[in-house]
Ligand binder design. Structure first.
Ligand code: COA
Length: 319
């Protein structure tokens, strides 16, 4: 008994020493973290100040350029070149600094998608049930081209801000831009009329799915943001996971239905392209594009779900 209590005491002393050491290390860590935060804030604020002053200087140089002598003009040119180099250096520096407003930009991106989805939904319903004119179809398709173009630009900014958007979802918007562009150039005729209603019905469905996606994705975003700010990580991570799985299970049937509708569009268009009266190249190209969209969306969604399941399993094992 005596021997055992000595062993416990020794163990306790060892733990105590380790704990003292840990406290010291943690203290140093917090000091360094504070130093790092201060340095980051100082660098970011200096860069902002420098950028603002360089912009003013550039503007002033521009204004006095046309009144200057040839020597002065040369000097202005030199300074302008150096300002450009400096801007590139700032860009490199910023890559090592925390991004400002990453969350706000993502939030704005999701809201942009939501507002445009509402407009596109109204547009598709109007074209399908009220306005049977070619010109309104063209306006609708033009809006689609502009929407997808804007999404690709916004997504590249998001990726620069550290978003984990997978390659396909970005490419998917390039492919959709192409698809809407081809729809825009498809001349009116028998083939166009045979596919028009199916396409508009698909657009209505896609906008509805986009709504559900918005609630899922913005829900994830707010919860992830809240996680970053909380201390009780274990609990909230679990809460986030269960919310995410519930959202995903609800969303997935609609997504897969949409993917198979894309396949159905491809099949319809392949059949139309074999029609005796089909002369337009757009029909076959659109069929291929819908097929590509189906394959990309379906396979990537399966991969995303598989990865999430795998991650879930690993986390369960760790517990
Ligand atoms: N478009 C834009 N961004 C997407 C995206 C999509 N389709 N899918 C995922 N992302 C983004 C997420 O917002 C997240 O960004 P963040 O790092 O800035 O937070 C990042 O990519 C990683 O997301 P991930 O965790 O892999 O997936 P998720 O849980 O957010 O979403 C799905 C999973 C399956 C719901 C989503 O990928 C999806 O909706 N896919 C289907 C799209 C589709 O097929 N549309 C056509 C319907 S007919």
């Amino acid at each position: 008994m005596l021997l055992q209590s000595e062993r416990y005491q020794r163990e306790w002393r060892e733990l105590e020493e380790e704990f003292q050491q840990l406290q010291e290390t943690h203290k140093v860590y917090r000091q360094k973290l504070e130093e790092l935060n201060n340095l980051q804030a100082a660098c970011s604020s200096s860069i902002r100040k420098q950028k603002r002053k360089l912009k003013d200087l550039k503007y002033s140089l521009q204004r006095c350029k046309h009144k200057s002598s040839p020597e002065e003009s040369d000097l202005i040119q030199q300074i302008n070149t150096q300002i450009k180099d400096r801007q590139n250096i700032f860009f490199d520096m910023e890559a090592y600094l925390p991004k400002r407003n990453g969350f706000a930009y993502k939030d704005e991106y999701e809201k942009f998608k939501l507002y445009l989805t509402i407009i596109l939904l109204l547009g598709a319903v109007a074209c399908r049930f009220i306005l049977h004119y070619r010109v309104t179809d063209e306006v609708f398709n033009f809006l689609l081209v502009w929407y997808y173009c804007t999404l690709t630009i916004r997504e590249s900014i998001l990726i620069n801000n550290g978003s984990r958007i997978k390659g396909w979802w970005v490419s998917h918007h390039y492919v959709s831009t192409f698809l809407s562009g081809v729809m825009l150039t498809w001349p009116d005729g028998l083939m166009y009329q045979m596919f028009r209603n199916q396409f508009l019905a698909f657009s209505i469905f896609q906008s509805c799915v986009q709504f559900l996606q918005y609630y899922y994705q913005s829900g994830c975003l707010y919860r992830l943001c809240a996680l970053g700010k909380r201390n009780h990580l274990d609990l909230t991570v679990e809460g986030f996971q269960s919310w995410m799985w519930r959202g995903l299970t609800f969303l997935l049937p609609f997504l897969f239905f949409g993917h198979f509708w894309q396949l159905y569009n491809a099949i319809t268009l392949f059949e139309l392209s074999r029609h005796t009266e089909c002369k337009e190249w757009q029909v076959f190209v659109l069929a291929l594009t819908f097929l590509l969209l189906f394959l990309g969306n379906f396979l990537t969604t399966l991969k995303v779900v598989h990865t999430k399941l795998q991650k879930n399993k690993d986390e369960m094992k760790k517990l």
